[in-house]
Design a binder for this molecule. Sequence first.
Ligand code: ZN
Length: 478
Amino acid sequence: MKYLIKNAHSILTGLAGDAARSNADCIRIENGIITELASALNSQPDEIIIDAKDCAIYPAWVNTHHHLFQSLLKGEPQGLNQSLTPWLASTPYRFRGAFDEDSFRLAARIGLIELLRSGCATVADHHYLYWPNMPFDGAEILFDEADQLGLRFILCRGGGTLTRGLEAELPQALRPEKFDSVIADVERLVSKYHDDSPQAFKRIVMAPTTALHSTTPEQLRETAQVARRLGIRLHSHLSETVDYLDAARAKFGMTPVQFCAEHDWIGEDVWFAHLVKLLPEEIQLLGQTKTGIAHCPQSNARLGSGIADLVALEQVGMNISIGVDGAASNEAADMLSETHAAWMLQRARKGMLAKPKYEGGLFEGGADAATIEDVIRWGTHGGAQVLGLNEIGTLEVGQQADLVVYQLNDLRYMGLHDVAIGPVASGGQAQIKHMLIGGKTVIENNQVPNLDILELAAQAREAVKKLQQRAEKMALAS
Ligand code: ZN
């Protein structure tokens, strides 16, 4: 299939500096690859023309941290006003055993469609619904659902071999796995799905749920060894709240990042979700080793955890990417809401540090903390780098045609002096004129093919009811 996208109002590339915006208004695509980026190209006889008049073209987004099963746990009342640790018990852990194959599949479908409709092509899901004798294969369902939508999908294989409670007293769904069976499953997943190429549609990542608590320290080191032997990356949660600092000091007598470094969990092939609460020496270590971050501003705000200092993290050389995190702590788990929040919150964060001059203050506010182009780069090119998918994430000749054509004739953008920034600056849901992943059409005229939203909404309402009933039954039984 060949495409010529013409007449674009603007093309944002995902690159840094002056290269962030292209002077071109046309993109030619052949065999899924961008072959030309130029102005006023003439169409060839066998090309499909996409008219991008009054549209902005962005690289499709790369979401580097999610928990798709949580797409049916949005705004759950018990956890709605709780911080991370009590929220974990109230919402994701209370409900995890209530999922069956159908509700899990539905949750994944809803979350993936939500992301796709924001212009996201690549999803890394930190999937941690694992317990002994699992009644369904979550990995297979996730890959299948992503495949049906044409998405690139990275399965971060979560789970753990330790729990805080006594194993025998725990319900089945909270019991830990045996270390050998985790490693055997990762090996199975790698041989079945993992594609090492820089434009892969399927990858596997070693991803114990939290680096501090999910395994013994010896096992953690072994996960890093196994991952490097298999040629896969490493991912986990880290330093989401101050609790990580307290726990690492109490359990190991060091900082969370130091603990990871001691166990080989640091480097260019590692990225952590959150990194909200870091000490200066931890930031230096993460920078020196070029470790990556999945910044999840909405979840961090919703749980009251804080705001990661992306400016400092980028300055020391870390790879910055954006993740939406699970919808149980983010009721807007799409990449436009997320990048809009990232843009705002970096500025708010810096502004919170402003002091009056008479107290030594050096600046008035934080509006220079992040530009729209920075945020687009983090959410596209940054994500691709963190995942090691070097042929996606930017709009350049030779790159995969993963791109989204946003329609700018929208009430929300009327009056904008630079209308190209609308989708991120104005936030909300954008109209998608066309979207391609690997050169294949996945959205046309704002429609995902074969999607019946009313039917999906009815299924979601029904599934939420069932999950509530099952969680209640399980609480009574335990
Ligand atoms: Zn998470």
